[in-house]
Design a protein around this ligand. Structure first.
Ligand code: SF4
Length: 359
């Protein structure tokens, strides 16, 4: 199972280039979601990268040999007046461009049409409950309705939709119903984010590792029945669960299920640029390793000690350090850091016991 760290079969060398770049274009957002990583506020914060700086960043990202995906995130990216100019520029530069607006009534027909014509490849909508009450409890009044409308319009216009769902103690009992909604909405991907205690998310309760295991097995079963792809964030042990179950399915199907995400992890294929240009291994791992105003994003990604450590799975500790799945999984480095203050520690959300299984 061992591959060189940072490698990915047949495509991007993660030691050299990221697979996906998240750029938090603003902190401004009209919502105040209970789990918000960015602790978003209504107004933009001072010092956000301006249009020219944003274009320079896009220039650098597009200079990568293998063009990464650029995700405009926030806050609410729609709160920036120049967001469409940035999107146009990103698409023009040949980047696969994705967009994660806050689920508000601003995501209307005009906006979605504009996104589609700009060449945005996917619209990501956040759905954290199976009904208005539970979703709006987390995201705010009216948000559920906005998502349903946005998904319907996207379908009509032909812009693929991804549904993002936060997994917490409160939402996990609803996943069986949410999956039905994801199908009804014709989504191409269901992406589940497993809570890491950063930002406002510190006030929420995570599922236990046993519950996480149950959820990941449920996701695996669902992925075999549904047309959309299933992806997890900060729960990369989903890859272990897929592999462990793969004797029940063809190898091809198993690889397809974890797809391009094999090995991708905080700092390993992933890089996050904050609103004021700070460079982090992910939006959930608050270790600033540079700033795009002074540093080259790609140089920091390649050469920062933290990024290099994150790609070298031989430095992992605890259960992750001895686990035979560490090259394809490696555990959530953000959760290890949030829990232990050590980004190389084991991921407490994984209940797998490598010693028992390797003898
Ligand atoms: S022990 Fe760590 S590396 Fe192994 S499956 Fe669990 S999270 Fe992944």
């Amino acid at each position: 199972m061992s591959k060189g760290h940072g490698s990915h079969p047949g495509s991007i060398d993660y030691d050299k280039y990221p697979f996906i770049v998240f750029w938090e274009v603003t902190r401004a957002c009209k919502l105040a979601c209970r789990h918000c990583r960015a602790s978003a506020i209504e107004e933009p914060s001072e010092n956000e990268l301006d249009l020219e700086e944003g274009k320079e960043l896009i220039d650098e990202i597009s200079s990568c040999e293998q063009s990464p995906v650029l995700v405009f995130t926030g806050g609410d990216p729609l709160m920036r007046n120049d967001i469409f100019e940035l999107i146009d520029y990103s698409v023009e530069k040949g980047l696969r461009t994705a967009f994660t607006p806050a689920p508000t009534s601003e995501v209307d027909k005009e906006t979605i049409k504009r996104l589609k014509s700009a060449g945005v490849s996917r619209l990501a909508l956040s759905l954290d409950g199976s009904c208005r009450e539970t979703h709006d409890h987390i995201r705010g009044d009216g948000s559920y309705e906005s998502i349903m409308k946005a998904a319907e319009i996207s379908k009509e216009i032909g812009l693929p939709v991804q549904i993002n769902t936060m997994v917490t103690k409160n939402t996990y009992k609803e996943l069986e119903d949410i999956v039905e909604l994801v199908e009804e909405l014709d989504a191409v991907m269901w992406s589940l984010f497993f809570l890491v205690h950063v930002g406002r998310g510190q006030a929420l309760e995570s599922v236990t590792s046993e519950e996480a295991e149950e959820i990941l097995n449920f996701l695996y079963e669902e992925s075999g029945k549904r047309d959309f792809q299933v992806k997890t964030t900060e729960a990369c042990h989903y890859r272990r669960v897929v592999i462990q179950n793969s004797d029940m399915i063809s190898e091809e199907k198993s690889i397809d299920d974890i797809g391009r995400s094999i090995g991708v992890n905080d700092g390993n294929g992933v890089v996050f640029v904050s609103r004021d240009g700070d460079i982090y291994p992910s939006g959930f791992l608050p270790l600033k390793e540079g700033n795009v105003r002074e540093d080259s994003l790609i140089e920091v990604y390649r050469n920062s000690e933290v990024f290099k450590d994150l790609r070298d799975k031989s430095g992992l500790k605890g259960e992750c350090g001895i686990c035979e799945f560490r090259e394809i999984c490696g555990g959530s480095r953000a959760r290890a850091y949030a829990t232990n203050g050590d980004y190389l520690a084991e991921d407490p959300l994984c209940s797998y016991n490598p010693e028992e299984n390797t003898g």
